[in-house]
Write a protein that binds this ligand. Structure first.
Ligand SMILES: Cc1cc2nc3c(=O)[nH]c(=O)nc-3n(C[C@H](O)[C@H](O)[C@H](O)COP(=O)(O)OP(=O)(O)OC[C@H]3O[C@@H](n4cnc5c(N)ncnc54)[C@H](O)[C@@H]3O)c2cc1C
Ligand code: HEM
Length: 395
């Protein structure tokens, strides 16, 4: 019933929250477009989690991590009570006669279970709420790509292939996700490969404005694009700055060479976007187990041609059912390539990637990929790799 009247409920929820707790507005992003997005996210998250509390074993660890991660939004324990009051007020106002004392009691208890789980996650974490990290280098490749090297002020744990969330004082209270472009280094520095999106708030600030000496904030690393050692052949497929986590995986493999062959496909919209080509060539030469294929459109041709060329290259290279495939790039690229690979016989349970387009497979909704939290709550059909804590099943 509430979902049918979601728009009304969400407006009521935020009006109630900000009217009764004016300071809470300052915790949310300044931009109205971000707030529109947030309206959907927080409220949808609350209602989704409540409806899954009984039957989803993964919800406990998820809420634990979500609570830990909310510390970077400066959320304090007392905020949970005021959000709970506004949620209940919004549900009551939207449910009409269906809002009986029993229903109210059930929602109150359910919210308390969620808040307790998130607060327990926040309280148990020994990590800082975020890591301050100084920009020590900014390499620019053309207008649109910047590789930032950051030095976190405290040890920052992550695995090769994972991502982190990033925030800059230039765009206050706005967090976006970026893959870490290297395996852990002795000096603790991390690289982010950022592609500037037209009118994109944080990517523009990072690529076009951020200078060495500035301090960014990093959230806890996450994501499941980590290497699974197996005896199966491996393909790594990267597009655009999706190269970043694949580069991290390759660094790990170069350090501890795999027993099997690895095929690397690097897709770029043009030569300028093959910004790491010298390094990739060096890997291709020095690693006997690595076979590299570059895919770019012919000069002057539309960039969609790269996708066609990728399709041809993948079709020409058989044996997909036997492979572990790691995919990284824009959400639409992942969506299209995963479908193509499945048509070629690749096993869905052996396709590993982090983000899927909003709406999941079959829904053509271009735009911003889902963050981990949002993705989890809109989990796609089971044949997609699930980047939550569970290991993928073998089919
Ligand atoms: C798991 C994961 C890993 C990621 N890793 C990287 C990475 O390594 N490097 C990197 O550059 N980015 C990466 N991203 C994307 C990144 O998180 C941001 O979404 C991107 O930088 C845009 O943020 P913004 O603030 O600049 O744009 P926003 O201000 O959020 O968006 C501006 C406008 O552009 C649209 N838009 C946003 N993103 C896209 C897009 N990708 N394609 C088309 N339209 C879009 C929005 O709908 C909006 O209308 C990753 C995303 C995820 C989920
Ligand atoms: C109690 C249950 C809660 C749930 C289920 C929940 C869920 C979420 C989710 C899924 C996100 C998106 C994060 C991501 O993409 O990884 C989010 C972001 C956020 N939440 Fe919560 N949240 C809860 C409580 C709260 C509370 C109590 C506050 C305090 C006001 C709060 C404030 C925020 C803020 C400020 C953001 C970031 C906004 C942005 O980046 O646009 N949340 N929340």
């Amino acid at each position: 019933m509430v979902e049918r009247r979601a728009e009304h409920a969400v407006k009521f929820f935020y009006s109630h929250l900000f009217w009764h707790n004016p300071g809470v507005r300052d915790l949310f992003p300044v931009s109205s477009e971000d707030m529109e997005r947030q309206r959907d996210r927080l409220f949808a998250a609350l209602t989704h989690v409540v409806s899954r509390l009984d039957d989803d074993a993964a919800i406990g660890p998820y809420l634990h991590d979500l609570g830990r991660d909310h510390r970077k939004f400066l959320i304090r324990p007392e905020h949970y009570a005021v959000v709970g009051s506004s949620l209940l007020a919004a549900l009551a106002a939207t449910s009409g006669d269906a809002w009986t004392p029993q229903v109210e009691k059930a929602w109150t208890e359910a919210y308390q279970v969620i808040a307790d789980a998130m607060l327990a996650g926040a309280g148990a974490s020994e990590d800082p709420p975020w890591w301050d990290a100084e920009v020590v280098r900014h390499l620019q490749y053309g207008q649109d790509i910047g590789v930032l090297t950051l030095r976190p002020h405290a040890p920052f744990p992550y695995l090769p292939g994972q991502y982190t969330s990033v925030s800059s004082e230039r765009v206050p209270r706005t967090w976006r996700t970026y893959s870490i472009g290297n395996a852990p280094r002795p000096d603790g520095t991390v690289d982010l490969h950022v592609s500037r999106i037209d009118r994109g708030r944080l990517s523009t600030a990072l690529v076009s404005e951020t200078q060495p000496g500035e301090v960014l904030k990093l959230g806890a690393a996450g994501g499941q694009l980590t290497f699974r050692r197996s005896d199966r052949p491996v393909s790594l497929i990267a597009a655009g700055t999706g190269w970043a986590p694949i580069r991290a995986l390759l660094e790990e493999l170069a350090d501890r060479p795999p027993d099997q062959d690895v095929r690397l496909f690097v897709v770029a919209r043009d030569g300028a976007h093959l910004y790491d080509r010298p390094l990739i060539d060096a890997y291709g030469t020095s690693c006997g187990w690595l076979d590299v294929t570059y895919i770019t459109p012919a000069p002057g041709r539309h960039r969609n041609e790269a996708t066609d060329r990728l399709a041809t290259a993948l079709s020409n290279r058989g044996l997909w059912p036997d492979q572990d495939v790691y995919l990284s790039g824009p959400a639409q690229f992942i969506d299209e390539t995963a479908h193509l690979l499945e048509e070629l016989g690749a096993r869905p349970a052996r396709l590993f990637h982090d983000s899927v387009p909003a709406g999941g497979p079959g829904h053509e909704q271009p735009g911003r990929p889902l963050g981990f939290g949002e993705w989890f709550l809109n989990r796609p059909a089971p044949h997609w790799h699930n980047p939550s804590a569970r290991a993928p099943k073998e089919h």
